[in-house]
Design a protein around this ligand. Structure first.
Ligand code: SF4
Length: 379
């Protein structure tokens, strides 16, 4: 029994597959993905974007492979990055084979769209030969005509049927190393489709609200759609689709997972909205602090609160707390306890230094624990 059962999420039991070095499904951490928007044939630009996404925490990055130049470039791209690369393939089975040969960790491909059984067999063979997994990606906007005619419009049942039909094709070729997505831009439709699919199979699910919109509206839509699924235990890997920089997609993806306690990366910053009671400029301080500590990847919690109304209570629950006090005399808390006062000092720099120190301590303790475990295993 956990201490706070109201926070527990029971994850759906899914099969586990591998996307390069990243495990997806089963008890693997829910991974965060994004997709490049450079021309894949522009190797330097694509590598730079993949690396930026990786630095922001992306576990997996997808690139489009619409033509031969792209799959040729892919070969160079995978050599220059460490994060597993998913090749996005539509219709052209040859691009799928080339991408598998080029070192893609996963192919996003719908086997029902690439033609004859012989073509599917060739793609599956290439995937097997090169240790490549696949993602079946059903999209409400591109459902098969036959399904649309039968169901009348894109609906959860049609999306699930489409996904299972593609899955059956791969199963018939004795291939089960795949995950599935059933995306829609409408969160109601996407959520219902994922729920149906989660009930109908045990394949790992890649979640996404497609074409969700710009940074703010897309974040809200994705948080509602992905958030409700993840809260119900559904989802093994996620991609937030925004008309914005891929780095933003990664940040939002992590923030969704962090909000649900499903992944921890970097500082979980708790701050008040501020009001007339604030004893320092909370909004400016938090904005500057977020930028200053963006490089911290060690999980920890920090509270920055404008006054004593909520400051001490929040500080008790966080690793490092800060509460604004009168006459520019503020209180700093460490491990929930009052630690020292801060008077007329640069709040951002002071807190950033404390956070960096705490991160170094946590990392050192982790390294010591790891060394102890491996020493014990060697005995
Ligand atoms: S904690 Fe204090 S400053 Fe912040 S919103 Fe509440 S009352 Fe206002």
């Amino acid at each position: 029994m956990s201490v706070r059962p109201y926070r527990d999420i029971q994850r759906r039991k899914s099969r586990q597959i591998r996307v390069g070095s990243v495990l997806v499904g089963g008890d693997a951490p829910i991974s965060v993905q994004t997709m490049t928007n450079t021309l894949t044939s522009d190797i330097a630009a694509t590598v730079a974007q993949v690396k930026a996404a990786e630095a922001a925490g992306a576990d997996i990055v997808r690139v489009s492979c619409p033509d031969e130049d792209s799959t040729a470039a892919l070969k160079e791209i995978v050599k220059q990055v460490t994060v597993p690369i998913v090749a996005d393939i539509h219709f052209h089975y040859k691009r799928g084979i080339e991408a598998a040969e080029a070192g893609a960790a996963c192919l996003r491909i719908n086997p029902g769209n690439i033609g004859s059984a012989e073509r599917v067999r060739e793609v599956v063979k290439a995937a097997k030969d090169h240790g490549c997994s696949m993602r079946i990606g059903v999209n409400a906007g591109s459902l098969e005509r036959e399904l649309l005619e039968r169901y009348g419009e894109p609906c959860p049942e049609a999306m699930v049927e489409s996904a299972l039909t593609h899955a059956k094709i791969l199963e018939d070729h004795d291939f089960r190393e795949f995950k599935i997505s059933v995306k829609a831009s409408d969160p109601f439709l996407a959520v219902a489709a994922y729920q149906g699919l989660a009930d109908a199979c045990d394949y790992p699910l890649h979640l996404g609200i497609t074409e969700a919109g710009g940074l703010r509206t897309g974040t809200v839509k994705s948080s509602i759609g992905l958030g409700s699924l993840l809260w119900a235990g559904i989802g093994d890997t996620i991609r937030v689709s925004l008309s914005a920089d891929p780095v933003e997609e990664v940040k939002v993806g992590f923030d969704i997972l962090k909000s649900l306690n499903l992944r921890h990366r970097g500082v979980n910053l708790i701050s008040c909205p501020s009001c007339a009671r604030q004893n320092f400029d909370v909004i400016k301080t938090v904005e500057a602090l977020e930028k200053r500590i963006a490089h911290i990847t060690t999980p920890m919690s920090v509270s920055i609160i404008g006054c004593v109304v909520n400051g001490p209570g929040e500080a008790r629950e966080t690793d490092i707390g800060f509460t604004g006090g009168g006459n520019d005399t503020h209180m700093v808390y460490l491990a929930g306890q009052q630690h020292h006062r801060l008077k007329n000092q640069d709040i951002v720099e002071h807190m950033a230094e404390l956070i960096e120190k705490k991160a170094a301590e946590i990392e050192a303790a982790k390294a010591a624990e790891k060394a102890k475990t491996s020493a014990a295993a060697a005995e």
